[in-house]
Design a binder for this molecule. Structure first.
Ligand code: ATP
Length: 325
């Protein structure tokens, strides 16, 4: 007999804007960010198991699968708070790991949503977001996804109009940048101005793609580019290839570029692949009036799932076959 379970998609995000503010009493920096979901996602199937179990299998052999994995932490949190039974998580990762794209946070949020459905709790988003705060600053956003202004540590969220629909090329270099290091290194300098958040929100509301893309800023980028000049080279290559804007997301190291023209984007993709051979390079959609926000699937069967499949939901050139390692 086939085992029934619950299917969730865990979407990645990019930071269209990231402004760093003062240090708070809890040691974290105040941040103001515009977060935008992109249509790159991890697939998550959840199955009931005997009480107390919280197990994980994953397509990436190097990823931690024990209690250190955010997906397992999310199960444990629901077990502790609501006394739900055991859960087995099948995780198919497609979001680059340690990339500044909130991959682990997205998985944790998807497990909170899915395990709540699996055990019939059907917790509302507000409740899930409260729980999510215990798992990490980006997790509350990942519960709702879409486009948000994030303040505080990133947990104070306001929905805003989406970035105008465009194509996005993501380049994830083969090194990591530690988030704490990045914030420690940050210091205020006149040549690192903050994003004009209100102006960007206006441009996005007016669906002005060129203006929205040209206003993207990330105040953690300067220090990252100083230490890893390749990041600056990726950005300028993207701009030379016709991007309307290119920035690092989060604390990096992934750089994303925005394209309004499929042909230009395709050529840029090929050129970047030729030049940056061993980096992970993905093309996906970004923004628009939520064409892919419906991340949750209904009850699925073990060997066949409902809802959009990754092969059909990604644009022609956005499937994982495009990954280079
Ligand atoms: P953020 O944008 O929220 O800072 P990130 O995209 O930079 O996150 P993640 O992909 O979430 O980074 O991974 C950061 C680290 O978290 C990895 O080194 C990994 O060992 C650990 N981790 C724990 N759970 C997961 C998960 N489910 N998926 C990916 N990484 C995870």
């Amino acid at each position: 007999m086939k085992e029934s379970g619950v299917f969730e998609r865990a979407f990645a995000k990019v930071n269209l804007a990231l402004n760093v503010g003062g240090i708070r009493a809890d040691g974290y920096h105040e941040v103001t960010m515009i977060l935008q979901q992109v249509d790159v996602w991890d697939e998550i199937d959840l199955y009931k198991r005997p009480r107390f179990e919280a197990s994980l299998e994953c397509n990436l052999p190097y990823l931690v699968k024990d209690e250190r994995n955010l997906a397992v932490k999310a199960v444990r949190l629901l077990q502790k708070t609501y006394g739900i039974g055991g859960v087995h998580v099948r995780l198919f990762k497609k979001i680059p790991v340690a990339a500044g794209m909130a991959g682990g946070s997205a998985d944790a949020a998807a497990v909170l949503r899915g395990a709540s459905r699996l055990y019939g709790l059907d917790l509302p988003d507000e409740r899930l977001m409260k729980l999510a705060q215990q798992l990490g600053s980006d997790v509350p956003y990942c519960v709702i996804g879409g486009t948000c202004l994030a303040e505080g540590r990133g947990e104070k969220l306001t929905r805003i109009d989406p970035f105008p629909e465009a194509l996005c090329i993501l380049v994830k270099p083969n090194f990591g940048i530690s988030t704490p290091w990045s914030y420690q290194q940050y210091h205020v300098t006149p040549d690192n101005p903050p994003a004009d958040i209100d102006g960007m929100i206006e441009a996005m509301k007016a669906s002005d793609l060129a203006k929205s893309a040209s206003m993207m800023r990330n105040q953690l980028e300067k220090i990252a580019v100083e230490h890893y000049p390749v990041l600056g080279r990726i950005e300028s290559t993207m701009m030379d290839l016709g991007a309307l804007g290119a920035r690092m997301t989060g604390s990096g190291p992934t750089v994303f570029g925005i394209f309004d023209d499929a042909l230009k984007a395709q050529k840029a993709l090929m050129t970047l692949r030729r030049q940056l051979g061993r980096m992970e390079i993905i093309m996906c959609r970004i923004g628009g009036k939520d064409p892919y926000h419906g991340g949750q699937g209904d009850l699925c069967e073990k060997d066949g799932r409902q809802g959009a499949d990754r092969d059909t939901a990604l644009p022609e050139n956005g499937s994982e076959e495009d990954f280079e390692s």
